[in-house]
Ligand binder design. Structure first.
Ligand code: WTA
Length: 653
């Protein structure tokens, strides 16, 4: 973290207290902090009681086998019953669950009763296809209601879903199918993005040329485009789901039954299959959704702009909001199609009251200009949320002023795929917020900032963000990799969860997130590891060695900058052509989100005498800074050559 960033932060002293009107009606009142600090486990038990259990738990928390936690042990629960059946049986079946808006402008309003029918039919179809409790199902879909239906149908029958973001490549899909040993893939012919149909099914076909145990592929018809078909394996969703019985009697599963696996980047090339279980996860997503977003299910219209392929889509588009009976907007496409005011147009159209989005989009809106939001009536909004990366104070103020009309509290929510639910955030009716700070841990959560020895740093100092008490929605492990779980999260500080983020406490004890301290980049709020991109690059025949850094980027937070050394004696294209080929190669290996912003061909990489690449120096170059101390380099001249070269290197999109 640069000294400059720290200085900027310490000069930020504006605060915004909630209005008395907001505070008075808020779901979360100030007493919540004391209540939780008196007895954290009892506090979580009270939150769990808000769910529908078929059998109540015997033990709230078993931490005897740390770091493997068990919450609400002995309880029996069904996630889909909590999301759907309960609302219908309480008389709210007619309430809209999703206002779906396709990118081309097609719409569907889906009520809770309808969603329950859709999920019941899909659950019956999965059962007919031989899927049973514990089986893994890969879901590779555009952002359409069937994606949520597929997840809930899996949960309903105890199958474990593994959603793979639709922007990932066939290779990335294959490795995730293999790692989880999925039996079934649920996909679509394609989806709509940036004004055109894109295909998804061909990537599944390509992936399944690899060694897998996938027996069937269930395909939703979304675009109607020409689709290659394997009769022995592929089944249209409408052919099997539509003819099913419209009711389904759910079974109840152990609180610790796995609910889903979601792959995320770590510091090695192989993504980690983070897995979550049922009772604790549902408890914390429902509680946080209620207190952080202040949801009033009868009157609010809530919109989380994330894709189901990420944890935010799991926790705050599917499970949390549905358990709380929310009415949501689900939008398939991009924010600039067919015009740059699309999101604001939808806020006006549906009367959105709560908007949850990412800093990268807020900065993009700032760049496009106020004329787009100003064309629409945004007065329905009453609360704004931010997630995925630190939000810079300028963007925060712009969000508050231009989108929120200076009347909406902003909740900057810090959490991770691993934490499952929000951990650090203001409470909107309680906390006086500071632009750019996630403020403090939620009631029930213990987070600290510590130094190298694990000692809390105290106000006014920076260090590592850690979580020192188990929480209900914590990951239960890395799928199939027990040692890696312990090593990655619990070994830096004995018995304490280290999140990988740096943070600073200001003089009032408010938390300022400073970004990753490990080799994980954050590009538009997406986690990508430097090693993952490096190994994609060296898998290209022209590349001998690669070093990748995340460089500060005004729009995307970080941009991927790669330095590559070419292999001698290999015939390959050169210059611009080669750079283009390498960028496309990374997109093919991982997905378009991992395409380097810049690739520079170099003759040597800066290495220490022991051969370790000094990424810190490459980062200086990539961020156009004077190169820091290079005295430990084996060849001090290397950096000069690289700096000169980068100035003339190409950059794109
Ligand atoms: C970063 C997304 C600052 C952080 C929910 C974390 C944030 C990683 C914030 C997790 C925030 C997320 N302020 N940084 N409000 N929210 N991050 O797993 O580095 O995709 O470790 O989960 O994003 O990313 P993930």
């Amino acid at each position: 973290m640069s000294a400059e960033t720290l200085d900027n932060l310490s000069s930020e002293n504006r605060t915004f207290a909630p209005s008395p009107e907001f505070a008075a009606q808020a779901n979360a009142q100030p007493g919540l902090y004391d209540e939780a600090s008196r007895d954290g486990v009892a506090f979580w038990e009270r939150q769990a009681e808000a769910l529908v259990w078929d059998r109540k738990w015997d033990t709230a928390l078993d931490w005897s086998n740390a770091p493997f936690a068990q919450w609400f042990v002995g309880g029996k629960i069904n996630a889909s019953v909590n999301a759907l059946d309960r609302h219908v049986s309480e008389g709210h079946g007619g309430r809209i669950a999703f206002h779906f808006e396709g990118e081309p402008g097609d719409t569907r309003d889906i009520s809770y009763a309808q969603l329950l029918t859709d999920v019941s039919k899909a659950a019956n179809a999965l059962t007919e296809m031989g899927i049973t409790s514990g089986d893994r199902v890969a879901i590779y879909m555009p952002l359409i209601p069937e994606a949520a239906v597929a997840m809930l149908a899996c949960a309903r029958i105890g199958a474990i879903h593994s959603v793979v973001f639709g922007g990932f490549s066939a290779d990335a899909l294959l490795s995730r199918i293999q790692d989880a040993d999925a039996k079934l893939v649920i996909t679509a012919d394609g989806g709509f993005r940036k004004g055109a149909a894109f295909a998804l099914k061909p990537a599944v076909d390509e992936a399944l040329k690899g060694e897998t145990n996938v027996k069937q592929v269930l395909v939703v018809k979304r675009t109607g485009q020409e689709t290659a078909w394997d009769d022995s394996r592929d089944i249209w969703w409408h052919d099997i789901v539509d003819r099913q019985h419209s009711t389904h009697t759910p079974e109840f599963f152990d609180s610790e039954h796995p609910l889903f696996i979601l792959y995320t980047s770590g510091t090695t090339a192989k993504p980690k299959g983070i897995f979550h279980t049922t009772g604790g996860y549902l408890t914390q997503v429902a509680y946080t959704h209620k207190v952080v977003f202040d949801l009033k299910p009868k009157t609010d219209v809530y919109w989380c702009t994330a894709d189901v392929g990420w944890i935010t889509g799991h926790s705050y588009m599917v499970y949390g909001p549905l358990i709380n009976g929310a009415t949501q907007v689900m939008y398939e496409g991009t924010p600039d199609t067919p015009h740059k005011g699309r999101v604001f147009e939808l806020v006006e159209k549906y009367g959105v009251t709560i908007l949850y989005t990412a800093p990268t989009l807020i900065r993009t809106w700032m760049k496009w200009g106020e004329e787009f939001p100003n064309q629409f009536n945004l007065s329905s909004l009453r609360l704004l949320g931010s997630v995925g990366e630190p939000i810079n104070p300028e963007a925060w103020i712009w969000y508050r002023h231009v989108i929120g009309g200076n009347r909406c509290p902003i909740v900057d929510t810090w959490w991770q795929t691993e934490t499952g639910a929000i951990m650090i955030s203001p409470l909107p009716g309680v906390t006086a917020t500071k632009p750019g700070s996630a403020m403090r841990p939620l009631p029930g959560i213990s987070a600290k900032v510590v130094d190298d020895n694990g000692v809390p740093v105290g106000d006014g100092h920076g260090g590592y963000l850690i979580l020192d008490k188990p929480w209900p929605s914590m990951l239960r492990g890395v799928w199939g990799e027990e040692e890696r779980f312990k090593e990655t999260y619990w070994s830096r500080f004995e018995g304490i969860y280290f999140a990988g983020d740096g943070a600073k406490l200001d003089d009032d004890g408010a938390i300022w997130l400073l970004g990753r301290v490990d080799d994980v980049m954050n590009v538009s709020g997406h986690r990508i590891s430097t090693t993952e991109v490096e190994s994609a690059l060296v898998s290209h025949e022209a590349v001998a060695e690669a070093a990748v850094v995340g460089a500060a980027d005004a729009m995307t937070g970080q941009g991927i900058v790669a330095f590559v050394i070419l292999r001698g004696g290999v015939e390959h294209v050169e210059g611009e052509e080669l750079v283009k080929e390498l960028r496309n190669h990374v997109a093919k290996e991982i997905g378009a989100i991992a395409k380097p912003r810049q690739i520079m061909v170099v003759n040597e990489l800066p290495k220490t005498r022991s051969g370790k690449i000094m990424r810190r120096l490459l980062k200086d170059v990539a961020e156009n800074r004077a190169v820091g101390d290079a005295t430990t380099l084996a060849d001090p001249n290397v950096m000069k050559l690289i700096s000169e070269g980068l100035k003339s290197a190409s950059s794109e999109d």
